[in-house]
Design a binder for this molecule. Structure first.
Ligand code: CP
Ligand code: NVA
Length: 309
């Protein structure tokens, strides 16, 4: 059994194994319907329990389809309907029940500590479905999407991030170290990654460069990533923050600095950090990106269950 919380804690060879498995599985499914089950139904009889303390559309749907396609089933709990959220029941007791009734637990949470607490008390795998510091399942799937579209190992590509220093960027930084790809980050100085992240970057041999200028960060880019400037539960003065990001919009002008065949990726939902004429252009591969989460999450589930081929 394995947990899947942060990319930085998972061996690079395991992350690569997950991507390789996802590629195979996606190929096999070309003519199948959403709810058709993969050959061999490797997770037959298994129950994935999922809980979202923050909104979700894509993660919720993709985990549901992922476990179903592997032959198992999913149950979504509402945090406001549990005793846990009302203060009456401990994480320890909740975890014991989840472990006895289910086979894996996927949690989207407001608290990284809560993930760690659950991990301590669960005897089934826990998967981070987004936390304040990480969006690991998203970014692993994004590595898959980049390689699928570019038909090249990500280590041979120039990746740029234009946007806030948030959970998605943290995971992209970890991915850059694990998969050894060049990552240029463009964000206002005030919103650079925090000290811990900068130390993590320094400690690991890396190809990461920080710019406070969006144009410099996208020169020669094969892929431009972005995300909302204001994340869920971001307790900031929104008007001020958006103002600081006014020169960090993804528009056609900015795209001119990247490679001609540069693609645009965004985990969604979007805000106004990307112009409509980029979002709906041929450069944008956001729908393929979203759908790929099903395929990669299936292989993440298999990894957690110790069933990766
Ligand atoms: N990208 C992503 O995680 O989307 P949801 O918030 O809709 O799950
Ligand atoms: N950074 C965003 C990602 C949403 C999928 C957030 O945390 O709200």
């Amino acid at each position: 059994m394995k947990h899947f919380i942060n990319l930085k804690d998972i061996p690079a060879k395991d992350l690569r194994k997950i991507i390789t498995d996802a590629k195979k599985r996606k190929n096999f499914r070309q003519k199948l319907n959403n709810l058709d089950i993969d050959k061999g139904a490797p997770l037959k009889g298994k129950l994935l329990i999922q809980m979202f303390e923050k909104s979700s559309l894509r993660t919720r749907l993709s985990f549901y389809l992922a476990i179903r396609q592997l032959g198992g089933s999913a149950l979504t709990l509402r945090p406001d309907e549990l005793h846990l959220s009302k203060g009456g029941e401990t994480i320890e007791d909740t975890a014991k029940i989840l472990s006895n009734f289910g086979d894996a637990f996927m949690l989207r949470t407001n608290s990284d500590t809560k993930l760690e607490e659950f991990k301590k008390h669960l005897s089934i795998p826990i998967i981070n479905g987004l936390s304040p510091s990480s969006h690991a399942t998203q970014v692993l799937s994004d590595v898959f999407t980049v390689e699928e579209i570019k038909k090249k190992a990500i280590s041979k590509l120039n990746i740029s991030w234009i946007g806030d220093s948030n959970n998605v960027l943290n995971s992209l930084i970890a991915a850059s170290i694990k998969f050894s790809f060049k990552l240029n980050i463009g964000c206002p100085r005030k919103y650079q990654p925090n000290k811990n992240i900068l130390n993590y970057i320094k400690k690991n041999k890396n190809k990461i460069t920080l710019y406070n200028d969006a144009k410099k960060a996208v020169i020669g880019a094969d892929v431009i990533f972005s995300d909302k400037v204001i994340s869920m539960n971001d307790k900031v003065n929104k008007t001020k923050k958006l103002y600081h990001f006014k020169n960090f919009k993804i528009n056609k002008k900015l795209l001119n600095y990247a490679k001609k065949d540069c693609i645009f990726l965004h985990c969604l939902p979007r805000g106004n950090e990307v112009d409509e004429n980029v979002f709906s252009s041929n450069h944008s591969k956001v729908w393929q990106q979203a759908l790929n989460r099903v395929h990669v999450q299936k292989s993440i589930l298999l990894y957690c269950f110790g069933k990766l081929r």
